[in-house]
Design a protein around this ligand. Sequence first.
Ligand code: ADP
Ligand code: MG
Ligand code: ZN
Length: 618
Amino acid sequence: MRRNKTAGIIIYAALLLVAISLLSWWVKSMNAQGLSYSKVVTLFEEEKVRAFSVKDNTLHLYLWEPLDGSTEQVSYLYSTDAFREDLGALFREQSASGVLESYTFLPDSSPSIISRTMPYLLAGLVLIMVWAFLSSRSASGVTGFGKAKANLGPAGKPVKFSDVAGADEEKAELQEVVDFLRDPRKFQNMGAKVPKGVLLEGPPGTGKTLLARAAAGEAEVQFLSISGSDFVELYVGVGASRVRDLFDQAKKMAPAIVFIDEIDAVGRRRGAGMGGGHDEREQTLNQLLVEMDGFQANEGVIVLAATNRRDILDPALLRPGRFDRHIYVGAPDAKGREEILKLHARNKRLAGEVDLKTVALATSGFTGADLENLLNEAAILAVRENRAVITSGDLDEAMMKIIAGPQKRSRVSRKRDLQITAIHEAGHAVAMYFLPTQDPVRQITIIPRGQALGLTVSFPEEDSAHMTRNEMYESIVGLLGGRVAEALFCGDISTGASNDIQRATKLARDMVARYGMSEKIGAVSYESDQEIFVGRDYEKTKSYSEETAGQLDQEVKSLVDRAYGQCAELLKEHRKKLQDVADFLLANETMSGKQFRACMEGAPFSAEGGDSLLFPQE
Ligand code: ADP
Ligand code: MG
Ligand code: ZN
């Protein structure tokens, strides 16, 4: 890839150089000594011309007096034969009056090929450059459209399994692929069938691409990688020929790993109501299927692919002989997170109080990419503030930035808005505190961040695999806390709760229609995973009657109503505490978990005695 790029740049530079020198030469010969047609005419009219000669479309003038004080001889290159005749007429006129001494019309040397063809040459050159530019954008170098833009091997040091932290099971599964590529004969002698295609699936940022690279690095084989979106380009037929080319290359280089990243871009289920214009993608997919069938399992090529949407892949891709082995790459557990944090902290300096294990516990649901990002943001903050080490404060701020976006301190809020926000966030916090299943509140703030005017941050003390009905229900109560508090304390409600309401409704709907948690509806799932493309979005199709739809809606509404009622009870009961939290927020903008807990317990707390978000004090 890199080498191709430099070659491309050199070709560009050469072409450009040639074009510039040709152009300048042409321009110079065009208006020799800068004489224009009107100037020629004026010279004749003012009777300054003593003699002239003509050869090869060039008029040489010999003047009575030097022009501009220096030259007595000037030339002009003309392009029409009519001009020649005009000159003849001029001569007859002016020689009769004695102004002109002499003239010569010399026979042309063979017509100057260069000057005649120059415009065409230049146009051709421009075309070539445009073409080179276009094809270098769609394929690498100046090689042509149908070539696969395969990345040959990771640049620099190869990635090894040791660069992937935490994913022990995933690595163990890939180890088999590595072993095969290292010594295919061992497997062939045993008559063992090795998978041709392995599909890595899982949410974005969990390290699928990294794992594929590491597998190639461990096996020390060629790594040809291409992203699904590279296939899907403007020109019809290009995708399919790229697939062919990719596999041809791989077979020549075997043993090799072909890695198709984001395969869902080409591998989406065929004929799924996408409307017209998806022929190209289908052709590419068909070619991929053909290629995968076209080589034997023991040719030393293994195809890895990655996706975060296995559900939308065409079933043909997943059939035996194609991607029949699947490795699920999920978000890491607490131990995995700690290992990933340690790996990415290797080249960073952390303050003594920073304990990565605590960070790992507080970051449930974070992927490897999130964790890397967390440490990186913290490091940037430390550099910006000229600190030698990354402090717990830097990590807190980085965490908030990742959860909700950067602070927007410059956003000026009116007093009334701040009051509403303070009451709103206090409502969430107090409701969550008194709901047994809800996570502890770690921070409440009315400093705007991202799109949010304020924020109540809570996260679990440990990972949990299940959401129980009670937990989901109480989440709805907590989400409604903001809106309920506004209604109770401000006498009016605001738009600030729109996101809360959306999320509460979605949760209620999932409880009723997806997880079968409503008594009235029963343990029936009305979720279908059939997707159809409707304009901008993929919508789920309904496979139930209007009557059922009505019942579902009613049940969702009654669930949310019940949660609202319970929340109102709770906040009325703790009216005084809610007001205290809101007052504290208005005075100090941010309340830490420790201060909040003290406030709820009726213990004394001060504006100074806050604690850290990620490293709370007990
Ligand atoms: P995916 O392909 O699943 O979307 P990537 O492989 O592109 O994710 O991961 C993005 C980045 O996150 C990687 O470059 C790596 O720095 C980091 N990362 C993700 N998972 C891990 C892990 N298990 N160990 C170390 N780093 C990881
Ligand atoms: Mg990826
Ligand atoms: Zn809210």
